[in-house]
Design a binder for this molecule. Sequence first.
Ligand SMILES: Nc1nc2c(ncn2[C@@H]2O[C@H](COP(=O)(O)OP(=O)(O)OP(=O)(O)O)[C@@H](O)[C@H]2O)c(=O)[nH]1
Ligand SMILES: [Mg+2]
Length: 322
Amino acid sequence: MHPLAARFEKNDVRALAKAITLAENNGPDRLELLKSIYPMQKGAHWIGITGSPGAGKSSLVNRLITFLRQKGLTIAVVAVDPTSPFSGGSILGDRVRMADHFTDPGVFIRSMGTRGSLGGLSRSTKETVRVMDAYGFDVILIETVGVGQSELDIMKLADSVAVVLNPGSGDVVQVFKAGIMEIADLFVVNKADMPGVPKLLAEIEAMLDLVKHDSPYRPPVVQTISTENIGLKEMWEALLAHKTYLIDSGEGTERKLANLKTEVMEVVQHELFQQIWTQEQKNGFSWLADLQDGTTDPYTAAEQILSLRNQPADKKGEKSEK
Ligand SMILES: Nc1nc2c(ncn2[C@@H]2O[C@H](COP(=O)(O)OP(=O)(O)OP(=O)(O)O)[C@@H](O)[C@H]2O)c(=O)[nH]1
Ligand SMILES: [Mg+2]
């Protein structure tokens, strides 16, 4: 077993933080760690929380943490910011907002940006969530702004996806266009203290009639005012009901298998890229000069890189010696 994983059993939170960093930073024993972690997972409820910027996702997460802590549950949060290469901006706001929980050992918060994930944000998010699950948190909340394909991919890894909408925002059209509708398991009408709630509710129902008319599961809609702790109980009950549905219908198993397939292919893609990158770094990107001279083209160069990878190790040695 990887030494960091072994320290999980003693509830060593520094080992948890280190393990996530190792998973993110492509350390040499990254795969060893992840292999140790995988069977240690305890089956936490993975909950995705998505919605437009400023919809109140972080406020909801923050209040939900307090609510769930009162029930004796432990919670980990991954705040993903795919739009920013640096963990600044809105994540900084989240950190401040979630600071209430900083001293609580039953709560662990981690923010992630695209930095370090080499374009595989959904893969690295999944690895982080798995590490958190192995550590033993009961609930894992994954917050991300729902704007693009990478966010959609991230949300697909969750057991239950909550989409946060606001009255008077035109959110429904956005959600529909972005394809989020299909992956939503719960709609949260947050800022229900603002005008326009009945209109938004009608829009959501109309959209559900269109998209989910032949689906065995119709996502429920709950109203919240996160700033006043209103609707959290209903939100939590809806999430629990969805988890029960996943188990009873067998859909949970199906989803997990589909996700595993994607995950393996993502890992292959990532590891292959890492190998080739290392190989080319060693060879000093030797084709670059030919490209500059115009004696080769990007496609031939790529072919040569790939064929070099397929050569037996001894031949590779010969090549790089010359
Ligand atoms: N009136 C009202 N304001 C709210 C409610 N929930 C959140 N807000 C406010 O909305 C603003 C945005 O809240 P956040 O929780 O940061 O929203 P977010 O979705 O996490 O934002 P990003 O992470 O930047 O996308 C804050 O000023 C909150 O105080 C609510 O129920 N009612
Ligand atoms: Mg936020």
